[in-house]
Design a protein around this ligand. Structure first.
Ligand code: NDP
Length: 296
């Protein structure tokens, strides 16, 4: 048996297409253009790549993109002043502060300074609380993308056993909340979990969000399970030549694909869905801000 490959790249393209359609209608019918402000502090190379990609895709779906690049030594006071300005700017419907921030800045303080209704990353404490209590919130983009792929594949997730490996605030915990919201029986595993292989073997759905290259081998996977690999790890690719690297997930794709029922590849799985969901969240924030019906 070979697993069905869940094509996140193609799925993300359909999400972006839908968003673009709604954006065009908002402009035509209401004269409103959704706007996303992205704030980057410092010059972390990976963050620069993400920010560029986010800006490009924002413009491609017809939204306004506002990029704010600040020096690495920007003070907390100046960063908070910028966030305050963006909170009060009616052209800006979504605000994203690219993480990680340089060490002298308090991430919690900065994220919680964002107006929760513009917090398209869903990291503000209000949105975390709303999600945890099953109320309407801004949902973190990566887990939202994973949930969309799972719903698309399974239809209903009700009653399925799900294991989320990783308990970070940006992926693991909100992922577990979303799966619980869809009536899965959820286990959250982490670095202190005893007998992780056994825990994973029970699961109909495995979401791996650890950041350890290929740590989940195929023989941990229950036959027919759905595997969502969030991990993005760069490893040496000696087969491509000295100094070359390639991206792999947290799951050993080659062995897992022989056991799973469906699996997301890395790259081309969860990654593309994350930015597509950011755009969808910005559209949602814009509709809410203007008292308009939210797109599904
Ligand atoms: P964090 O480092 O914040 O969290 C990693 C989690 O994995 C922690 O909860 C940690 O446990 C757990 N963990 C570490 N080692 C083990 C182990 N041996 N066994 C079981 N659990 C373990 O990472 P993130 O959640 O931010 O990201 C996870 C991965 O997802 C990374 O590769 C990241 O690059 C990727 N990512 C991908 C995105 C995308 O768009 N595709 C977006 C965001 C992240 P403990 O809490 O006990 O330390």
């Amino acid at each position: 048996m070979t697993a069905q490959i869940i094509d996140g790249k193609a799925f993300a393209a359909t999400v972006r297409e839908k968003v673009a359609g709604h954006v065009a209608r908002l402009k035509d019918e209401h004269g409103i253009t959704p706007g996303l402000a992205v704030v980057l502090v410092g010059e972390d190379p990976a963050s620069q790549v993400y920010v560029r990609s986010k800006g490009k895709q924002t413009v491609e779906v017809g939204m306004n993109s506002f990029e704010h690049k600040l020096d690495a030594d920007t003070s907390e006071k100046d960063l908070l002043a910028l966030i305050d300005k963006l909170n009060n700017d009616p052209q800006v419907h979504g605000i994203l502060v690219q993480l990680p921030l340089p060490g002298h800045l308090n991430e919690d303080l900065v994220i919680n300074a964002i107006d929760p209704s513009k917090d398209v990353d869903g990291f503000h404490i209000s949105n975390v609380g709303l999600l945890g209590t099953g109320q309407k919130s801004m949902v973190p983009c990566t887990p939202l993308g994973c949930l969309m792929m799972l719903r698309d594949h399974h239809g209903s997730l009700s009653g399925l056993d799900a294991v989320v490996i990783g308990r970070s605030n940006i992926v693991g915990k909100p992922m577990a909340q979303l799966l619980l919201g869809d009536s899965c029986t959820v286990t959250i595993a982490h670095s202190r979990t005893k007998d992780l292989p056994d825990v994973v073997r029970r699961a109909d759905i495995v979401v791996a969000a650890v950041g350890r290259a290929e740590m989940v081998p195929g023989d941990w996977i229950k036959p027919g399970a759905t595997v969502i690999d969030v991990g993005i790890n760069r490893i040496d690719a000696l087969e491509k030549g000295e100094g070359k690297t390639r991206l792999v997930g947290d799951v050993q794709f080659d062995s897992a694909v022989k056991v799973a029922g469906a699996i997301t590849p890395v790259p081309g799985g969860v990654g593309p869905m994350t930015i597509a969901c950011l755009l969808a969240n910005t559209l949602t924030a814009c509709c809410r801000a203007n008292g308009l019906v939210e797109p599904e």
